[in-house]
Write a protein that binds this ligand. Structure first.
Ligand code: VIB
Length: 216
């Protein structure tokens, strides 16, 4: 079994909870209240900058030039592709940029930055993988069920598209190669990082769905 297949098996309960989450259900039905989507987009704009930073960190720390190029391209894409998507929605709903990270965004971005900075590149790669992989799977799940006139069509099409599919495949190949070169202790840390980021993906949607803020 490929290492990444094991990663996917590990997160089955988390992935199931994501597919069954009210945010995903309502996004699919096109009935997500606009304040909920606004909260999500505002937090995601903050998330993506740090996500690009985490990928740039992996690029800087790569020992192989090919890996460096790959991570740098992912970082560039995270900013460019996502910025286009965000601009669509910021304009469409007259959304004001937010500067304060809410709890899930705060936890997730700081986790990614700490992991890609302080752990091995293999563990850092496992930490950024759920962002790619879960979005592809959730994107496909929603795409198969969403009606054409869904107001979140641009979002859905981006994540169900071929261009995105390719980067997920590349990221999976990279992770499997790192895992082959890693010892068993490092592979365990990769599994843990993959699981933690997957959990934080759920929290990210849940914060938007509940419009969660800082309690104190
Ligand atoms: C919380 C959160 N997690 C994952 C993504 C998806 N995503 C962001 S950048 C990128 C890679 C290159 O485009 C992907 C897949 C998101 N938008 N927000």
């Amino acid at each position: 079994m490929q290492f990444t297949e094991q990663l996917w098996q590990d997160i089955q309960p988390i992935y199931k909870s994501i597919l069954e989450h009210g945010f995903v259900k309502k996004l699919t039905a096109g009935s997500l209240p606009s304040p909920t989507f606004q909260y999500y987009i505002q937090q995601d704009a903050l998330y993506l900058v740090d996500f690009g930073r985490a990928l740039s960190q992996l690029a800087a720390r790569s020992t192989q030039p090919d890996d460096m190029l790959q991570f740098a391209q992912f970082a560039q894409n995270a900013i460019l592709v996502e910025r286009a998507l965000h601009e669509t929605y910021f304009a469409l709903y007259a959304i004001e940029p937010q500067t304060v990270k809410m709890p899930a965004c705060f936890a997730y971005t700081n986790y990614l930055l700490a992991t890609t900075s302080l752990q091995s590149i293999a563990v850092g790669a496992a930490a950024v993988l759920p962002c790619f992989w879960i979005y592809r799977e959730v994107g496909r799940f929603i795409y198969q069920r969403a009606i054409q006139a869904n107001p979140y069509r641009a979002w859905i099409d981006t994540y169900a598209g071929d261009a995105f599919d390719q980067s997920v495949t590349q990221m999976l190949e990279l992770t499997d190669r790192f895992a082959e070169q890693a010892g068993s202790a490092e592979r365990e840390m990769m599994r843990e990082a993959f699981r933690m980021s997957s959990r934080l993906e759920w929290y990210f949607w849940n914060d938007a769905y509940t419009l969660n803020g800082w309690l104190v």
